[in-house]
Design a protein around this ligand. Structure first.
Ligand SMILES: Cc1cc2nc3c(=O)[nH]c(=O)nc-3n(C[C@H](O)[C@H](O)[C@H](O)COP(=O)(O)OP(=O)(O)OC[C@H]3O[C@@H](n4cnc5c(N)ncnc54)[C@H](O)[C@@H]3O)c2cc1C
Length: 475
């Protein structure tokens, strides 16, 4: 067996692992990164990017349909658009290939070596990588675990035949006529809404009494309205029970809110009930690490595990399971190894649902702030009052920007928005919270006209009691 030594060994080439390896290389460390599935991890191969490509294509298809069936914007299409799902998927695959090969190039430029294969540890600093053609034993001074997460399957209806997960949902060559989505969290909703726009008949089965339960009803209302308008049935407080074949047709059987058994016909059943840390099959049990309830690797505020010089980042250490969190931790750990002083202490990590319309959340909602004993002021600006939104065929979906600030010093505690395109505001929102901005800081920043960002400035003016583009709130 070949043997290798390095200063830094990164396991997993997702948005946690590859930035860690690039940054370590930039800092002059001798680094090897191992990944079996192709660089980019879940994010580039079967998560963030492919889902956003399909969502974009679905919106385009829906808009073209609107032009064909009426005179949206005075532009009429002579024929209804036609969908070739196989070609759509190939177009999405092209984006994935471009980005994943770009990651390979970036690693090379930074001086990080990529070994393609599955790593299995025999102790905390030693693993054997099976590349398919050979086995390489690697020993490292520092190990960064970035093994990510995998989809959760329902034990009584594992992925097979008509039952698919998000990975397969993004790789379809034929659009299902009838799609049942189990789970109305962000992944289920993003994919279910895209499939509806492409023409599937979509039904949700959700065990909780609300969609996207981490957001308040005010925020999720525009999505509920969209689903209703587009005849998407959402069955809340309902539990999937299993798949039944009957008369050559497939049905999902579920328990309804009253405890009765119901069934619904489906060509495909997308199970989107969550993700769990990737902890199986790579010898984590040999490494002597502390765990959180056996579900995630336990780390401190510098992503150090219980074992000296073994670090863990990204989805494998738990919530929030987000690519940008993984990246921030990866860069930080590389810098810590190089001797920099760093810690992972964000005020808040912005989260976006690329639903229709989109949701952005940073920091505390008004209810969360009150629960923490804060006295607050809020300001809400409806996007229907924004010229930029209207000029982009947006704003009429019930969307708004809402700011929550502490009453006495006006420090902003949370910013939430719902509306088409609001994902692009997440950067300004996160910056405001991270810099400890007060309402007056945002009001004093001249926002470009006409842009989507004006909605944020107006929500702040509303909280201060003197908006320009909506009537001032009564005192
Ligand atoms: C459909 C979908 C949409 C999403 N959309 C978004 C979004 O819009 N925004 C967002 O922030 N997040 C999104 N996510 C979540 C995001 O993809 C993850 O949070 C992110 O990829 C986590 O990064 P990571 O580096 O921790 O792990 P991963 O990206 O999961 O990468 C881990 C890698 O390690 C490899 N690996 C594991 N064990 C070994 C081993 N022993 N040897 C070799 N290789 C190994 C895996 O094969 C994988 O390639 C989405 C996820 C899904 C499924």
């Amino acid at each position: 067996m070949k043997t290798r030594n390095c200063q830094v060994l990164v396991i997993g080439g997702g948005p946690g692992g590859y930035p860690a390896a690039i940054r370590a290389g930039q800092l002059g460390l001798d680094v090897i990164i191992v990944d079996k599935d192709g660089l980019g991890g879940t994010c580039l191969n079967r998560g963030c990017i492919p889902s956003k490509a399909v969502i974009h294509a679905a919106s385009k298809f829906e808009h073209m349909g609107e032009h064909a069936s009426g005179e949206a914007l005075g532009i009429t299409l002579a024929e209804a658009p036609k969908l070739d799902m196989g070609k759509l998927t190939s177009w999405k695959d092209g984006i994935v290939t471009k980005l994943t090969s770009g990651v390979g190039q970036l690693l090379k430029t930074a001086g990080a070596e990529h070994i393609s294969g599955w790593a299995k540890f025999s102790d905390a600093k030693t693993c054997v990588v099976d590349t398919g053609t050979e086995e390489i034993e690697i020993t490292a001074e520092h190990v960064i675990l970035a093994t990510g997460s995998v989809e959760v399957e329902l034990p009584f209806m594992p992925f097979s035949g008509p039952v698919i997960g998000s990975t397969e949902a993004l790789d379809q060559t034929e659009l299902p006529n009838k799609l049942v989505v189990v789970g109305a969290g962000y992944i289920g909703l993003e994919l279910g809404i895209a499939m509806r726009k492409l023409g599937s008949d979509v039904t949700f089965i959700e065990a909780a009494p609300a969609i996207l339960p981490i957001y308040d009803k005010e925020i999720t209302r525009p999505i509920t309205m969209w689903l209703k308008k587009h005849k998407v049935a959402v069955n809340l407080s309902c539990k999937a029970k299993g798949v039944v074949e009957d008369g050559g047709k497939t049905f999902l059987e579920y328990e309804d809110a009253k405890g009765g058994t119901q069934r619904i016909e489906a060509d495909k059943i997308l199970v989107a009930v969550g993700r769990k840390a990737c902890l199986d099959g790579w010898g984590v049990e040999t490494m002597g690490l502390d765990m959180v309830d056996g579900r995630f690797i336990k780390v401190d505020d510098q992503c150090r595990t219980g074992m000296r010089n073994v670090w863990a980042i990204g989805d494998v250490i738990g919530e929030p399971l987000l690519a940008h969190k993984a990246t921030a931790q990866g860069e930080m750990v590389a810098e810590l190894i190089a001797g920099h002083r760093r810690s992972f202490d964000p005020v808040s990590i912005a989260a976006v649902c690329f639903t229709e319309p989109e949701i952005v959340g940073v920091g505390l909602t008004p209810d969360e702030a009150k629960a923490k004993g804060e006295e607050i002021v809020t300001g809400k600006f409806p996007l229907a009052a924004s010229g930029r939104y209207l000029s982009m065929e947006a704003g009429l979906d019930g969307g708004f920007v809402r700011v929550t600030a502490r009453k006495d010093d006006h420090v902003i505690l949370g910013i939430h928005a719902v509306g088409t395109h609001v994902s692009e505001l997440s950067g300004e929102f996160a910056l405001a919270i991270e810099m400890g901005a007060r309402l007056e800081d945002i009001a004093g920043t001249i926002h470009v006209h006409p842009t989507l960002t004006e909605g944020f400035a107006e929500s702040v003016l509303t909280a201060l009691g003197h908006p320009i583009h909506i009537p001032a709130p009564k005192k």
